[in-house]
Design a protein around this ligand. Structure first.
Ligand SMILES: NC(=O)c1ccc[n+]([C@@H]2O[C@H](COP(=O)([O-])OP(=O)(O)OC[C@H]3O[C@@H](n4cnc5c(N)ncnc54)[C@H](OP(=O)(O)O)[C@@H]3O)[C@@H](O)[C@H]2O)c1
Length: 380
């Protein structure tokens, strides 16, 4: 029997001969890495965010990749191309991918085939591909003699949330509110600017710029005359602007500031919000940032059309009736819709609370009258 240099039989009585060698691979750590890479991809896109880490037989990372949006190379192809560009041998490597490698020759070649051609030794993925057009890449790999296994990884799965919503035909809806600590959005005389401080406002403007569109109700247009642009601290326009959307049947005043927005204004009635969201999706809106007011927020929440709530809470108390939520038709506490905090971020003197619906509640069940989509499959 071979003995490790410097180790006597007496010093390792608890080890069997087969226990020698490198430590077992840390699937979770490599999937964490792949998920971090995936987050660099676009959040609102026709394709999901995916990351890939190629790990050599010696346990060292050979190459990494991620998907930069529909029409660009998939994460696996990106990582394999990087390995090739560095002259690295991928034979026998383990590919860690946040989503099952695709099985579909679309705008890009199938990732399952690319991994087979690269002769990797093992594929570990975190989530089965829910797109029937692209699914079963794991089977293709296994039939080529390459073990492919799913290891559950919550962070990788959560990367798909936005994509799954938009695959159903509507944009991801983020509801943003700036409120006092007691949930009020304006004082008794209607003054509301500014409840939160400069850092909170800068954060909100950055998030505006990362959504495809920004919406308010007609009440807010008439009360506040918002510009609905994404701006820096000096008032300059950020590079990426969200498209302005107004919900309401009344006419938008001719001199409304939103009419000066650099992107075309969309005016939707809001009488059938689900249908309006489908209209926005058809116009290319994948992420919608809704900034109130209370009537619009209440309608969206009551119809299960909000995916994330951002509350910028200021340490001020206003009291009175001007809450950010109207009558949400919650008859009793047991029937109240629950949310889960995803992040709590101090911003100067204020705090940002990010929360998502914990589950579909009977009170706020998602609307079921959405137009039928013939083929909900996204591009691959
Ligand atoms: N602190 C904050 O974060 C914040 C943000 C926004 C607003 N605010 C404050 O909130 C106040 C305005 O809020 P608000 O609640 O009065 O008005 P709102 O929610 O902004 O607008 C209500 C209007 O939106 C239209 N709408 C279209 N579809 C709707 C639907 N499905 N459900 C409800 N409304 C729909 C209707 O206009 P039509 O009648 O024309 O159809 C309705 O009258 C202002 O004082 C503003 O300063 C505060």
């Amino acid at each position: 029997m071979e003995t490790h240099p410097g180790v006597t039989e007496r010093s390792r009585p608890h080890l069997e001969p087969g226990d020698w060698g490198p430590p077992p691979p840390d699937h979770e750590a490599h999937l964490d890495h792949a998920a971090r890479l995936a987050r660099r991809g676009p959040r609102f896109d026709d394709n999901p965010r995916v990351g890939c880490v190629l790990v050599g037989a010696d346990g060292f990372v050979l190459a990494t990749g991620y998907h930069r949006g529909a029409g660009t190379p998939h994460a696996e192809a990106d990582a394999l191309a990087r390995a090739r560009a560095s002259g690295l041998d991928t034979r026998g490597a383990t590919a860690y991918v946040t989503l099952e490698p695709c099985n579909h020759e679309g705008r890009t070649p199938s990732c399952a085939r690319a991994l087979i051609a690269a002769r990797v030794g093992l594929v570990v993925f975190a989530h089965y591909d829910p797109n029937p057009l692209a699914a079963r890449g794991g089977e293709t790999l296994r039939s080529a003699g390459i073990p492919a296994t799913r290891v559950a990884h919550a962070e990788s799965s959560s990367l798909l949330d936005e994509w799954l919503v938009q695959r159903a035909g509507r944009p991801w809806v983020t509801l943003k509110i700036a409120s006092s600590l007691d949930g009020r959005v304006a004082a008794a005389d209607g003054t509301s600017q500014w409840i939160t401080g400069a850092r909170a406002r800068a954060d909100a403007h950055l998030r505006r710029s990362r959504h495809d569109a920004i919406a308010v109700g007609m009440g807010t247009v008439l009360a506040d005359d918002p510009a609905l642009t994404a701006r820096d601290a000096d008032g300059g326009l950020l590079d990426s602007q969200p498209r302005p959307v107004i919900f309401g049947r009344r006419a938008i005043p001719v001199d409304a500031r939103v009419r000066q927005h650099p992107l075309p204004l969309l005016h939707l009635p809001g009488t059938h919000l689900a249908a309006d969201l489908f209209t926005l999706h058809r116009q290319g809106v994948r992420g919608l940032f809704v900034e109130g007011g209370a009537q619009l927020a209440t309608s969206l929440l009551a119809q299960g059309l909000v995916d994330e709530v951002l509350i910028y809470a200021a340490p001020v108390l206003l009291g009175g009736p001007r809450s950010w939520l109207g009558d949400a038709r919650v008859p009793t506490l047991a029937a109240a819709p629950r949310l889960q905090f995803h992040e709590i971020l101090p911003l100067g003197k204020d705090v940002l609370l990010r929360a998502r619906p914990a589950q579909t509640s009977a009170a706020w069940a998602p609307t079921t009258d959405a137009p039928h989509k013939e083929d909900p499959c996204s591009p691959v």
